[in-house]
Design a protein around this ligand. Structure first.
Ligand code: F6R
Length: 364
């Protein structure tokens, strides 16, 4: 059942090129995005005043990355909220807003409660869900099914990647319908999405390099993942992967926030992982990494092929293929999944069933 892999997590990491492609194909018709099955008509898309994305854990991290893409590309205001906070804070809800609930299982209690809260306020709800017929899928007005297939490993990998794909598709379609991008940009973005599976595959093919690095990190006590913009959202997911399967304390920081407190934690040998996929923010994050280095940090830098001057700063570098910066999350998350996985294996931990965690959180 693990198809020759030692753990479900690794099997599911390897399934990503296929399930990301499947999820994209499910909404493409003659090379264009078709949301007929999801049930979002053009008029409805035009009427959206703002978007609330509500989710937990990794699905929340998808929302964080999606926020940058949707706001920048489609110019619709987006708020991303943890379902467990949103539901208890008596939010002011705009009746013309669209609520997007993201959930692999479709059974997460807080996400379901948040969905119901939005429905009670008469707000249109769209669920990005993996499990067909789950509670969230049944109760939402519209459903965008991710086609990740059953995910067994407690730590999500392939569901996350398909949720990202669904988010890009929505952003691109919203942007076109609301005339924020040209027809040429639209087809260009879809074409670029088509290249992601093969690029993900290339990163997976290079996994031994991450394995080697991970084997050296098994004794780490603290890890910091830093980035700006979309790279901050990626950092959040990388940090969660690290802590949940490897039991190494880790935190994600917006790189610009380091000097507002966190940098006091950096000491000799502290592992700091800089995520640098966004060209506009590259130099800014590099200077934050330099600041960490001068306090003794051991630096891993992850950036796109071509940015070789990262080697002046980082002790270990990981390069990912070039893509449109909007879609970098889908590539940059892969080495971070592998890193968490290999550190966990190096420590001899139960990768697929980390202590204290459940696959589906149906209690509040
Ligand atoms: C982390 C992880 C969790 C889930 C979260 C939400 O690897 O899997 O953080 O993302 O519990 O679960 P779903 O998506 O089922 O609502």
């Amino acid at each position: 059942e693990k198809a020759g892999f030692e753990h479900f997590m690794m099997k599911e990491i390897h399934e990503q090129p296929k399930v990301v492609q499947d999820t994209l194909n499910s909404v493409l018709k003659d090379g264009r995005i078709d949301l007929a099955e999801v049930g979002l008509a053009e008029d409805e898309i035009k009427d959206i005043s703002q978007i609330y994305i509500v989710a937990c854990g990794s699905a929340y991290h998808v929302g964080m990355a999606a926020q940058y893409v949707i706001e920048d590309m489609a110019r619709i205001p987006v708020r991303v909220e943890l379902a467990s906070e949103f539901r208890y804070r008596n939010p002011i809800l705009d009746p013309h807003a669209l609520a997007i609930v993201i959930s692999q299982s479709g059974e997460t209690a807080d996400s379901l409660a948040a969905l119901r809260l939005c429905k009670d306020h008469g707000i249109r709800t769209l669920a990005i869900v993996n499990v067909v017929g789950s509670s969230i899928a049944r109760e939402a007005d519209n459903v965008f099914y991710t086609l990740a297939g059953p995910e067994i490993s407690v730590a999500t990998t392939k569901a996350y990647s398909t949720q990202m794909m669904a988010s890009y598709v929505l952003a691109i379609q919203f942007a076109l319908v609301r005339e924020q991008i040209t027809e040429e940009q639209y087809t260009g973005y879809i074409k670029e999405l088509q290249t992601l599976p093969e690029k993900i595959q290339r990163i997976i093919d290079d996994k031994e390099r991450i394995q080697w690095f991970a084997s050296k990190q098994a004794n780490a006590h603290d890890t910091f993942f830093v980035g700006r913009g979309i790279d901050y959202a990626i950092s959040m997911e990388g940090s969660l992967k690290m802590k949940e399967v490897s039991y190494i304390h880790s935190e994600a920081y917006a790189a610009g926030e380091l000097k507002h407190g966190t940098i006091s934690l950096i000491e000799d040998g502290t592992l700091v992982i800089g995520v640098l996929t966004q060209p506009d923010l590259y130099e800014k994050t590099v200077s934050n990494m330099v600041e960490c280095k001068s306090r003794g940090a051991y630096l891993m830098g992850m950036t796109t092929f071509g940015n070789y001057n990262i080697e002046d700063t980082a002790d270990f570098t990981v390069y990912i293929p070039k893509t449109d910066p909007y879609f970098a999350t889908s590539l940059a998350v892969i080495p971070l999944q592998l890193l968490g996985y290999y550190v966990s294996v190096a420590k001899g931990l139960d990768v697929d069933k980390p202590r204290n965690l459940a696959k589906s959180v149906t209690v509040e």
